[in-house]
Design a protein around this ligand. Structure first.
Ligand code: ADP
Length: 386
């Protein structure tokens, strides 16, 4: 009979052996690894962590982790103790993963992807293990990718505007009479060019968000007016499917908020056009607005196909399209909600949804009536007040 292998959990292994094994494991991890005791004092550091941070083992052991290992945002603002992944892991008793920057001993800043797990014994924290990776290269590749998309999108805009201008001139008869068949073909060209234009805007906005260079111009915006404009823009698509669109203001008076008008419109356009697009004929879309304390709540509900339960946690991911939609509606990029999420964050708001497949979906958008000063998120953004 073959002898069963001795596992590290085997009771007949000595504590000494188990410790040696844990030590070897810790040292050989390909990412930086630091462990702490229950007070956050550093107890172990592997060679990769020393390489990334530029500190030797003796400089780190015994030090209080959050003080010695300085975390900063991309704007060089120190990350608050309460926002540090290690603090969150201690407070919640759960593993926390985040990206931020660490300050090396020589003052340089290094982007890191961090994952911290608390060490618990019968629910009580005994310490934590943080594993982190230098993501300088990934950030650089991302930056180059964004730069390329931005450049390509700008270059595509010029020929596209020529296509649009001349198609409009042809369809409006400025270049002589055209037959109904030619008119129909030209309308198809115009609608294709419009779609391409929207895609280019989406790509440009995404690169601006990802690079943290999106400009925010704050001014007072009348909410109903913005929503009415959006409804007008999607009304043709809704009429084609006999879908009704209704706007209800649940507050006593009309609502004005201090925000970026273009970003707000982009968010609402995406939500309302999705509601119309993913609702079958004769359905309805309802938009409500409500002023609640320092916030406004906007909901967009539809009686559409809904989002399957197993797809719900991926709905704001880049390029994601749920399988029930892909089989019905071939046009779409899966970029709209990813962009919406980024834009909502930019305005200091939040977004969530509830959906039931076959019944419908409601998106809940909360925005501050007056945005707080610059967010502490690790992105750069320009905020101006008009
Ligand atoms: P796209 O509409 O181009 O596919 P989005 O990012 O706007 O991309 O949406 C991502 C996916 O989320 C959609 O493909 C669809 O599966 C789902 N979705 C978004 N809004 C709705 C909605 N109102 N009803 C049902 N599914 C939706």
């Amino acid at each position: 009979m073959p002898r069963s292998k001795t596992s590290s959990l085997s009771p007949n292994r000595s504590t000494f052996e188990q410790q040696a094994e844990a030590e070897a494991l810790f040292t050989s991890i390909g990412d930086g690894a630091i462990s702490t005791d229950e007070f956050g004092r550093i107890t172990r550091v592997n060679p990769v962590a020393q390489d990334i941070l530029g500190y030797s083992e003796t400089e780190l052991i015994g030090e209080w982790f959050p003080k010695k290992i300085i975390a900063i945002t991309s704007d060089d603002i120190p990350v608050n103790l309460i926002d540090r992944p290690i603090t969150k892991a201690f407070l919640t008793g759960r593993s926390i993963s985040e990206k931020m920057y660490y300050r090396r001993k020589n003052g340089e800043k290094v982007p890191v992807s961090i994952s911290v797990s608390p060490i618990l014994l019968e629910g009580k924290p005994l310490g934590a293990v943080e594993v982190f990776r230098d993501i300088t290269l990934e950030e650089e590749v991302d930056r180059m990718k964004s730069e390329f998309i931005s450049l390509a999108s700008h270059q595509l805009r010029t020929p596209l505007s020529a296509i649009k201008t001349y198609s409009h001139m042809l369809v409006d008869g400025y270049m002589g009479d055209i037959t109904p068949t030619q008119k129909k073909s030209l309308r198809t060209i115009i609608s294709g060019a419009n779609r391409m234009n929207e895609l280019i805007s989406t790509l440009l906005n995404i690169t601006r968000i990802e690079s943290g260079t999106i400009a925010v111009t704050l001014r007072m915006v009348q909410l109903e007016r913005t929503i009415d404009d959006v409804i007008k823009e999607v009304s043709m698509m809704a009429a084609d499917k006999s879908i009704s669109i209704e706007l209800k203001n649940e507050s006593q008076a009309s609502i004005s908020i201090k925000t970026d008008a273009l970003i707000l419109k982009e968010i609402i356009t995406n939500l309302v056009s999705n509601a119309v697009k993913y609702t079958p004929e004769n359905g309805s879309v309802t938009i409500t607005t409500l002023q609640r304390g320092a916030d406004v709540l906007i909901t967009v509900s539809d009686t559409g196909w809904g989002i399957p339960l197993q797809s719900q946690d991926q709905i704001f991911s880049k390029f994601f399209r749920a399988p029930n939609i892909v089989m019905r509606e071939t046009t779409g990029t899966g970029l709209g909600l990813y962009l919406v999420k980024g834009l909502v964050d930019t305005l200091g708001g939040s977004i969530s949804f509830k959906s039931r497949e076959g019944t419908g979906t409601t998106f809940y958008l909360t925005l501050p009536r007056t945005p707080k000063r610059k967010s502490t998120k690790s992105t750069r953004r320009t905020v101006t007040t008009a």
